[in-house]
Design a protein around this ligand. Structure first.
Ligand code: EPZ
Length: 432
């Protein structure tokens, strides 16, 4: 187990390339199961979540080759329709195997996903969707055993849950519907760019999907899908994370290449509202950010895309901790997603968390301290705070960061940060 030692206070400047999107890659990798022909997917980030997915696909019987950022997958007939608890427990997002397995094999056995630190992660909407297409669901020994002996038949499904649309639920229904008989209409669909990227990938395979990116997606079932080539969209959350680094008070301004301005609107708008400089190039593929002269506090209410992303609120909390005034963060999607706040308070932040809302009063400075990463984005928030803190911060349980940030320490070093990844003798720091 590694930890990251961050020496705070070093000035940041320079340019980094943003990687391909983890959250677009995961369902697209799973969608490779929908055809027996080879698919080639480029700009898949080398992070543990995508590597877990690649391992699972191989264990199911697909042949998978990765050379640098490109992954080639071939899923011959006879691949397995069940993934084991050992494989799946490491990554909740493996639920997105459900759709392709049901479309290709009309059956699947997947462990019920456990919860995680950002909250309960139910799958009731996924099951509602697949049952609507004619599947039967049983729970046996902690597994979902799902069967559709007569195949799947298209219908209209409203995917809205109590907390709004579901990203992977929309993905699963789309992937189940592409080979179903007839037409499927998804109401209250998630509009995230990663859902659109999956729809584009499926259409390249010969699917007939319309309306991805809107609240209503229509899928006309087809007989068979073929292989294709695809390049994954940029990771808007990695880009957002680095934009926050670029406006922290230790930054002289940084440039991020390989971004997509259109996907970053709510993230960019909030930084501008808080007084910072955000300048895109004409094509919107590169952005320069630097701290404003008079940064001001802000207010976040997370919402499904195109609203402010829940995956960015922890990173902004690190910025708000050092911004004069009182900022407010309310997460309507994952109300418990505030694990980073207790660790930021160990560094001197002034944060009160109550009932899904964090009230952050800016302080003049943070001080380095040993802290513990908890979930992917909370860990990123701790790295951001450590960059601006006085003194050294040891961030334990670095594996949380390695799930979704490709070469984060290398990229930070390119920007002038002093970070060092070392083996962590004392990863404990108390109970899990
Ligand atoms: C995706 O998770 C992302 N993960 C998450 O990013 C992201 O936080 C989340 O969408 C919300 O944007 C991937 O794409 C791999 P949801 P997903 O289903 O699809 C409730 C990161 O940091 N819900 O859109 O699993 C759920 O509890 C990760 O990269 C149900 O009630 O999230 C939540 O409150 C973390 N029943 C809301 O919907 C269901 O069946 C949105 O969850 C499914 C979800």
């Amino acid at each position: 187990m590694d930890k990251l030692i961050v020496e705070g206070g070093h000035r940041l400047s320079g340019t980094v390339n943003i990687s391909g999107s983890k959250n677009a890659s995961l369902p697209i990798l799973a969608a490779a199961l929908l055809t027996d022909e080879p698919v080639r997917i480029s700009r898949v980030p080398d992070v543990s979540d995508t590597n877990y997915m690649i391992q699972i696909l191989s264990q199911l019987g697909a042949s998978v080759e990765r050379s640098s950022g490109t992954v080639r997958i071939e899923s011959p007939d006879g691949i397995s329709s069940s993934a084991s608890y050992e494989q799946v427990r490491k990554m909740r997002a493996s639920i997105c195997l459900l759709g392709p397995m049901m479309a290709r094999m009309h059956r699947c056995t997947l462990p019920l996903p456990g919860g995680c630190v950002i909250g309960d992660r139910p799958v009731d909407l996924h099951l509602r969707a697949i049952q609507a297409l004619g599947a039967r669901v049983r729970v046996k020994g902690g597994n979902m055993v799902i069967e559709a002996p007569n195949g799947l038949v298209g219908t209209t499904v409203d995917m809205r849950g109590d907390s709004g649309p579901t990203v992977l639920g929309t993905d699963n229904l789309m992937m189940a519907a592409v080979l179903a008989k007839g037409t499927t209409i998804i109401e209250s669909a998630a509009r995230e760019p990663e859902v659109v990227d999956l729809a584009n990938f499926l259409n390249k395979m010969g699917a007939r999907i319309e309306g991805a990116g809107s609240r209503t997606i229509t899928i006309h079932g087809v007989e068979k899908l073929h292989g294709c080539e695809h390049t994954v969209i940029p990771d808007r959350i990695e880009a957002g994370t680095f934009m926050v680094a670029g406006v922290m008070n230790v930054s002289d301004g940084i440039t991020l290449n390989r971004v997509c301005r259109e996907h970053m609107k709510s993230i960019s708008d909030l930084l501008v509202e808080c007084g910072h400089v955000v300048q895109y190039n004409e094509e919107g593929t590169s952005v320069f950010v630097k701290p404003g002269e008079r940064p001001c506090s802000g207010k976040i209410l997370t919402n499904p895309y195109p609203g402010y992303p829940t995956d960015m609120q922890a990173q902004m909390t690190a910025l708000f901790a050092l911004t004069p005034g009182i900022s407010v963060v309310k997460d309507t999607i994952f109300p418990q997603r505030f694990m980073h706040c207790s660790e930021l308070k160990r560094m001197g932040a002034n944060i009160k968390v109550d009932n899904g809302t964090a009230i952050i009063t800016g302080v003049d400075g943070l001080s380095g301290a040993p802290v513990m990463a908890s979930d992917l984005r909370a860990s990123a928030a701790l790295v951001l705070a450590a960059l601006a803190a006085e003194g050294t911060t040891d961030i334990h349980r670095l594996y949380h960061i390695d799930r979704g940030y490709e070469m984060l320490d290398d990229k930070l070093e390119i920007l002038g940060a002093r970070v060092k990844r070392v083996l962590d003798e004392d990863s404990g720091l108390g109970e899990d």
